[in-house]
Design a protein. Structure first.
Length: 335
């Protein structure tokens, strides 16, 4: 692999040795509801605030992933985690009790990809035999952070997404399993100058296109080399834009594409407009829906591309554009 490329092909590929998903009530009512490891009809998860609830979800997801892999917190070398809240408080307060050395991340809704990439790179480099990657989002905390308090009852445009209440945790290590991380494509920040925070699909679509094309070039592949190409949360609006942008580059992935934001909810019956979003969207869909198919060999090779809109309340209020980023994770079935 050329040092100037954006990708890494691992000589000793690390494995995904455990994964867990925790989701809220609306997610439990969706198409993937029965696949999650834990759901709760109380979206506060026994807490007094939305933020504390998100921390509780992360902690539960980590504990579940560790238990499924028969690991203890002290078996984990490093933890890579992040969320959408200021200073990453959902992660720092959620995993505090685990006492695992941690790196706090922010990649917006692409954080699951960033965490998995860093965990895989650290494992492949020999810095440890077991790493933990975790992320989360919560509808209540995200609405309060980025848009309006829920009691404001603002009207959402059709291009808006519904933030997923959920957390996904993943153990990456040297212990062999049926899913390995064959390589990663690290995304670049792509900014087309869009400023509509209520249309994040449009803001993220160029970054998704850029990472997918770069992955094809770096690995010498086409869409035919993947059973599925999975984006994080482009939704119905962003998907169409990404398809158009890819066609201009000479690629057509329509028959291979899956979007987590379009999969996790039923758009019509659940009134989620453009689809699901948030750090938890791609994470819980990967854990509950995508990984089982790879483990069973139904999908032999998947390109997982979680997408993120890199905005904050400060940048939005100051009229800045909303750049996007997407990281590519190559997931492969192992007999």
């Amino acid at each position: 692999m050329n040092q100037k490329s954006q990708s890494i092909a691992f000589e000793k590929a690390p494995f995904l040795i455990g994964a867990a998903s925790v989701a809220g009530s609306k997610e439990a009512e969706g198409p993937l509801g029965k696949l999650f490891d834990m759901t709760n009809q109380d979206d506060l998860f026994g807490a007094k605030t939305w933020e504390e609830a998100e921390s509780n979800m992360q902690r539960e997801a980590c504990i579940l992933a560790l238990g499924k892999a028969h690991k203890k917190p002290e078996d984990v070398r490093f933890l890579f985690g992040g969320d959408l809240l200021r200073q990453g408080i959902a992660t720092s307060m959620g995993i505090e009790a685990l006492h695992i050395p941690m790196f706090g991340l922010y990649g917006a809704c692409s954080t699951s990809g960033e965490a998995l990439a860093l965990a895989a790179m650290s494992t492949a480099a020999g810095y440890g035999d077991c790493m933990l990657a975790v992320t989360s989002s919560h509808f209540g905390s995200a609405e309060k952070e980025f848009r309006f308090p829920l009691g404001y009852a603002s009207q959402r445009p059709l291009s808006a997404h519904w933030t997923v209440t959920g957390s996904g945790a993943f153990l990456v290590g040297t212990e062999k399993s049926h899913v390995r991380i064959g390589g990663v494509t690290v995304g670049k920040i792509v900014d087309y100058g869009l400023k509509d925070s209520q249309n994040m699909g449009a803001c993220m679509a160029p970054a998704a296109m850029d990472t997918i094309v770069q992955n094809f070039k770096d690995f010498g592949r086409t869409a035919a080399d993947y059973d599925r190409i999975v984006t994080g949360d482009l939704g119905y609006v962003g998907q169409d834009i990404m398809f158009d942008l890819l066609e201009r580059k000479g690629y057509d992935i329509r028959t291979k594409h899956v979007d987590c934001g379009m999969t996790i909810f039923d758009q019509k019956s659940q009134d989620t407009h453009a689809g699901g979003s948030g750090c938890g969207c791609a994470a819980v869909t990967l854990s509950s829906y995508i990984l089982p198919k790879i483990r069973k060999g139904e999908w032999k090779r998947v390109l997982f591309v979680p997408t993120g809109a890199l905005m904050s309340t400060v940048s939005f209020n100051e009229g800045a554009s909303v750049p996007g980023i997407a990281h590519g994770i190559v997931l492969e079935h192992v007999n």
